[in-house]
Design a protein around this ligand. Structure first.
Ligand SMILES: Cc1cc2nc3c(=O)[nH]c(=O)nc-3n(C[C@H](O)[C@H](O)[C@H](O)COP(=O)(O)OP(=O)(O)OC[C@H]3O[C@@H](n4cnc5c(N)ncnc54)[C@H](O)[C@@H]3O)c2cc1C
Length: 346
């Protein structure tokens, strides 16, 4: 892999973004006869805000060795109820996104047909075959892969609207808390939730909600209210905000593709998107290489995403939401129901 700044005038494939989707797409193009350039605006790939929560399905792509802990239990809290969800295969762990990106990049290093450019942004897509970098340089491509997250320059070029967005806020607390927790609260977080995800030396505490249900200002103030009530010290903590796009409108547009969050593949219920990023990166590489498999990974994932999101309109209604959450959480105390719930939402 070439990480130098000697940028050519033309590439077979340009991947915008070195998140899990972009890097996985590149991995699947390694060793092919295609000249591939990945452009990442951040100097350190993987820095983008995320809670890094992974479940057993992510292990198709992420080795257990880079997880922070073995897959542990998840505590779900609603009003006075606290249910511990677990399964024999394990349930939830966390991964440091920078460590994950390093793991993905290490693999790419063995291949000469891949070039990674960091600290430079794609500023605009000029035409179906030409784009411009923040340095002003224009580069030609045969295939373009949008792997540039929820606020995507590639998606914008395709003129695809984004009507389903989650707003999120997240603090990094400089100490490690013990357990993975989710808090549901109708008044503070509407159909969203608050999470506490421990990492090795720090803890990520964040919340998210649909932009159409609660404006970001209210969500932020409710988040602070919740933390104050729980006496969580946020003085030394760093607050970040980001969107999660879950508005899927296709991934293949001639020679231009969308993956992960740029395609709107994250779950509109949980906000979980690392798994979909990986599988869509793989599928797009297969499409570019014209490798045909019996299963289209994105279409398979969309079936599950659709099943999860079918409940969204019910959760948007405050009365129905209260009913569903109370009865749903009670049902989760039964092991059999837990197993089904895990399979549906992991
Ligand atoms: C607060 C929060 C918590 C989350 N928690 C979880 C979780 O616990 N588990 C889970 O599975 N998912 C979680 N998600 C969702 C998850 O982070 C995303 O679904 C996943 O990272 C999508 O991967 P991606 O590769 O598509 O995009 P991203 O990870 O967003 O990567 C996009 C990359 O493109 C780069 N980029 C953007 N624009 C340009 C440009 N113009 N030029 C060059 N580079 C560009 C960015 O710097 C970034 O590195 C969370 C999201 C948020 C916001």
């Amino acid at each position: 892999m070439n990480t130098g700044e000697n940028i050519k005038d033309a590439y077979d494939v340009i991947i915008v973004g070195a998140g899990p989707a972009g890097l996985e797409c590149a991995k699947n193009l390694c060793g092919s006869n295609l000249d591939v350039l990945i452009v990442e605006k951040s100097k350190i790939p993987g820095e983008k805000v995320c809670a890094g929560g992974v479940t057993f399905n992510d292990l198709e792509y992420i080795p257990k060795g880079i997880l922070n802990f073995p897959l542990n239990n998840l505590h779900i809290n609603y009003k006075k109820m606290n249910i511990v969800v677990s399964s024999p295969e394990g349930l939830i762990s966390s991964v440091d996104k920078v460590k994950l990106a390093c793991y993905q990049i290490d693999y790419l290093k063995k291949f000469k047909n891949i070039q990674l450019l960091t600290g430079i942004r794609v500023t605009r897509i000029i035409s179906k075959y030409l784009l411009e970098l923040s340095s002003g340089k224009q580069i030609k491509f045969k295939f373009l892969v949008g792997a540039d997250g929820s606020v995507s320059v590639v998606r914008r070029y395709l003129r695809l609207p984004v009507n389903k967005l989650m707003t999120t806020f997240q603090y990094t607390l400089p100490k490690k808390l013990e357990s993975f927790q989710i808090f549901l609260d109708d008044n503070l977080f509407g159909m969203g939730y608050l999470w506490i995800f421990p990492h090795k030396n720090y803890t990520l505490v964040g919340c998210g909600n649909d932009l159409k249900i609660m404006n970001p200002k209210t969500l932020k103030s409710n988040f602070k209210k919740w933390l104050m009530l729980r006496k969580v010290n946020i003085l030394d903590a760093n607050l970040k905000t980001a969107f999660i796009n879950y508005d899927y409108r296709g991934y293949k547009f001639g020679n231009i593709f969308l993956t992960g969050d740029s395609a709107g593949l994250a779950s509109g219920i949980t906000g979980k998107g690392i798994y979909a990023a990986f599988l869509s990166g793989t599928q797009v590489a297969r499409d570019i290489l014209q490798k045909h498999y019996s299963q289209n990974l994105i279409e398979e994932w969309l079936k599950k995403k659709k099943k999860q999101e079918k409940y969204i309109h019910l959760l948007k209604n405050p009365v129905l939401r209260k009913f569903f959450l109370s009865s749903g959480i009670k049902l989760l105390s039964y092991k059999k129901i837990q197993k089904r719930g895990i399979q549906a939402f992991a």
